[in-house]
Design a protein around this ligand. Structure first.
Ligand SMILES: [Zn+2]
Ligand SMILES: [Zn+2]
Length: 330
């Protein structure tokens, strides 16, 4: 099969991936082989090939937003031809304390698609059958692929924040994850207050029907029930906290934050306000989100690239030049 491989010994900036002919993965128990129809390109992929993330494998096929069809290793639950979506969490050990307590997103021994095991920048991918999420009818591969990372995590953030129908919810930062979250919030009859730095992001929030939009120094005109922060900045978390009613929750959707500024406990956290981080996702998050995405007819704008152009796709993500989410169609 053809694949775009990141070989850490030969990769150079801009030519991170080499397009190679390599053996198709052999079926193994518990693993299904899928024919890749589309694979989203995420900023995390760039962090992997630029070595911002620790190198786990010297040679790896990136890609953790895979949509494909089962071609080998079919099971009763996943008959041949089933369309599935595979995300960043490609497996867990199933027996650590977290897995046994319904928190597989925090598993001590997780498998990461396209990072610790080969991902979807290829014609075929071998994935754990129990982590291949059946795709609801109506979701097209190229539109479903970009939903499998930012979309699912954005959805999980709403869960971690404990959003209930009709609430007032703040979104701090307005990139791809937030622009999907706002549509879910509207489907739940929530009023959405957006604080965003870029003019373009604020315009996008207005166009998507935010109740109020402000720049990074603005404060929503009402007290918020919940807030989700997307920016990797501690200041933003404190801003969100200062807009919260008593008993409200801030969910931090960022893997890394710069320094968290000191803040006034008595005024900002007292009153049973909560600060929570959002880490990874569970299979249930992915499945529930995909069902919702299909009901809400999510069709994110995409820019497609062939497998041969995988480096160009990464380049487009790096410089934010793609018109929509970058998706590789092998
Ligand atoms: Zn575990
Ligand atoms: Zn991702």
């Amino acid at each position: 099969m053809r694949a775009a491989v990141f070989d850490s010994t030969t990769a150079t900036p801009g030519a991170w991936l080499s397009i190679e002919e390599i053996p198709r993965p052999e079926p193994r128990p518990g693993v299904v082989l899928i024919k890749v129809r589309a694979c989203g390109v995420c900023r995390t992929d760039l962090h992997i090939v630029e070595r911002d993330l620790k190198l786990l494998e010297p040679r790896i096929i990136p890609g953790h937003q895979i949509v494909g069809e089962v071609v080998e290793g079919a099971t009763e639950i996943l008959p041949a031809g089933t369309r599935v979506g595979v995300s960043w969490i490609g497996g867990v050990d199933g027996d650590c304390w977290f897995c046994r307590h319904g928190m597989e997103n925090l598993c001590d021994h997780p498998v990461f698609t396209g990072y610790s095991v080969n991902g979807g920048y290829a014609e075929f991918a071998a994935v754990r059958a129990d982590f291949a999420n059946p795709l609801p009818a109506g979701l097209e591969p190229i539109h479903a692929a970009p939903l499998l990372c930012a979309g699912v995590i954005g959805f999980r953030s709403l869960r971690v924040a404990g959003v209930e129908h009709g609430e007032r919810v703040g979104l701090y930062g307005f990139g791809s994850s937030a622009s999907l979250a706002i549509r879910i919030l509207h489907a739940w009859d929530c009023q959405v207050y957006v604080v965003a730095r870029g003019e373009q992001h604020r315009k996008a929030a207005e166009a998507l029907g935010a109740a109020w939009v402000g720049d990074e120094d603005a404060k929503p005109p009402v007290e918020l029930d919940r807030a989700i922060t997307f920016a990797p900045a501690g200041k933003v978390v404190v801003d969100a906290l200062s807009a919260l009613r008593k008993g409200g929750v801030v969910a931090i959707n960022a893997i890394h934050l710069d320094q968290m500024p000191a803040f006034d406990y008595d005024r900002l956290l007292w009153g049973e306000r909560q600060l929570r981080s959002v880490a990874n996702m569970t299979r249930q998050d992915a499945r529930d989100f995909l069902t919702l995405a299909s009901h809400l007819d999510f069709r994110p704008a995409v820019a497609t690239f062939s497998l041969d152009d995988a480096n160009r796709a990464l380049e487009a993500v790096k410089h934010e030049t793609a018109d929509g989410s970058a998706v590789i169609v092998p």
